[in-house]
Design a protein around this ligand. Structure first.
Ligand SMILES: Cc1cc2nc3c(=O)[nH]c(=O)nc-3n(C[C@H](O)[C@H](O)[C@H](O)COP(=O)(O)OP(=O)(O)OC[C@H]3O[C@@H](n4cnc5c(N)ncnc54)[C@H](O)[C@@H]3O)c2cc1C
Length: 393
């Protein structure tokens, strides 16, 4: 850890925030032989409800970056996802997904950091400029860097110190709820289950049930607010509410016996304003937050990390200075721009297609549901006779 008495620590890149964005960027820069400081108020990331699974696309990003060997031992892979729509079995998807506890994943990545010690401390002062950036920590330690990366997630203190504003594009956009089911993975006849909401008035996007280690975990995404009676009722008796909402999967899910408190997080869709500045770049959730429902957050974070590490930071460090116009190349990067736009677009679309009651959206839902109903009927006719439910012997 840096101490005030040791004098300023000189690095090429100082990263504030050792979450998914900060830790993976520090790993890649460290592997490339860069001198990096990674600062976080906590050495051990606490176990909070955040992303708990990624799909094959996101795992491919880790593979591309050579991080999959670090990630794979920290995740539970599974396939055979039984999808229920319109109150019926719809399809068994043979695709790989990877589940994890966020805190454990981040701590595993931190433990594997190459030659980049985590500086445990709070940033008290930040000064940025076209050449050098200076951080003063609460204990008086000083870190000088050519480039400052802000990867502080939802936290506002560093953004405020620098004078950068968060813009809310959709406040209280959705709620994410996470809880353990009492049933054990070995007693489940499926790899995972995804069950979509049936009525617009339910405001339920979907429930996903999947294994993390020796537990069955559930994530449910709904378009409601924390203060609503519905949310209070769900917290008080999730089993009763789930049995009413999704009776079609109750038997497979151990009758929805819940084995932990329900964790509830409100999600706002946000972006950043006033970030084009000398010396500093904002990445991951510190730059923009999307909705967990379409599951694009980790992919967006890793695209920021990939583009910065493989394209921009090497170029920036090659030439003198670190002025705003140089850093602007990252915010204008077509790959990053497309990823942020797509994340925001699917976040809005997922809510509209679930909850909107205007004619256009009712027609879209009718069209989608008719196509799905025809697929269900077609499958039943192909199998002629009573359908064997997934998992039935
Ligand atoms: C409930 C929920 C469910 C989600 N589910 C999914 C999902 O299923 N799939 C998906 O892809 N995405 C999901 N996401 C999104 C995903 O979790 C985030 O996009 C991703 O974790 C953001 O990573 P990050 O590194 O930008 O921020 P974080 O991981 O939040 O890291 C921020 C770091 O900054 C540190 N920090 C904060 N303040 C300071 C400070 N002042 N000084 C120094 N350090 C500081 C924190 O300690 C932390 O370590 C979900 C999000 C939520 C909230």
């Amino acid at each position: 850890m840096t101490t005030a008495a040791a004098g300023p620590t000189e690095v090429e890149v100082a990263i504030i925030g050792a979450g998914m964005a900060g830790t993976t960027l520090a790993t890649l820069l460290g592997n490339a032989g860069r001198k990096v400081a990674l600062i976080d108020p906590h050495r051990v990331h606490h176990d909070e409800f955040r992303a708990e699974k990624i799909g094959a696309d996101q795992m491919q990003l880790f593979e591309k970056l050579g991080l999959d060997k670090m990630v794979m031992p920290l995740v539970t892979p599974f396939t055979d996802i039984d999808v229920f729509r319109l109150g019926q079995f719809f399809a068994r998807e043979k695709k790989w997904e990877y589940a994890f506890s966020y805190g454990r994943l981040i701590n595993g990545l931190r433990d594997a950091l190459p030659q980049v010690p985590i500086t445990v401390g709070k940033v008290a002062e930040v000064s940025t400029g076209p050449d050098r950036q200076r951080l003063v920590l609460a204990d008086g330690a000083v870190i000088d860097a050519r480039l400052l990366v802000v990867a502080t997630g939802h936290s506002e203190s560093v953004r405020r110190t620098i004078g950068v504003e968060r813009i809310e594009l959709s406040k209280a956009h959705s709620l994410s709820m996470g809880f353990d089911l009492a049933i054990a993975p070995r007693d489940c006849a499926f790899g995972a289950i995804t069950c979509y909401g049936k009525r617009a008035s339910d405001r339920v996007a979907y429930l996903t049930v999947f294994p993390i280690g020796d537990k069955m975990r559930a994530n449910m995404f709904v378009y409601r607010t924390v203060a609503e009676q519905w949310t209070r009722d769900f917290r008080a008796d999730p089993q009763k509410m789930l049995r009413e909402l999704m009776p079609e999967i109750a038997a497979q899910c151990g009758n929805f016996e819940v084995a932990s408190p329900v964790e509830v997080r409100q999600v706002n869709l946000t972006t950043t304003q006033g970030h084009r500045r000398d010396g500093v770049v904002f990445i991951g959730d510190a730059f923009s937050t999307t909705c967990p429902t379409p599951g694009v957050g980790i992919g967006r974070v890793m695209i920021d990390v990939d583009q910065l590490h493989s394209v921009h930071i090497p170029r920036w460090l090659e030439t003198p200075g670190m002025a705003a116009d140089k850093i602007g190349a990252f915010y204008d990067d077509p790959v990053k721009v497309a990823s942020d736009k797509a994340g925001m677009r699917v976040s809005f679309y997922a809510k509209q297609i679930t909850t909107e009651t205007g004619l256009e959206w009712r027609v879209r839902r009718l069209r989608n549901n008719t196509a799905r109903q025809l697929m269900i009927i077609g499958r039943k006719m192909r199998h002629l006779g009573p359908r064997r439910e997934p998992g039935m012997a």
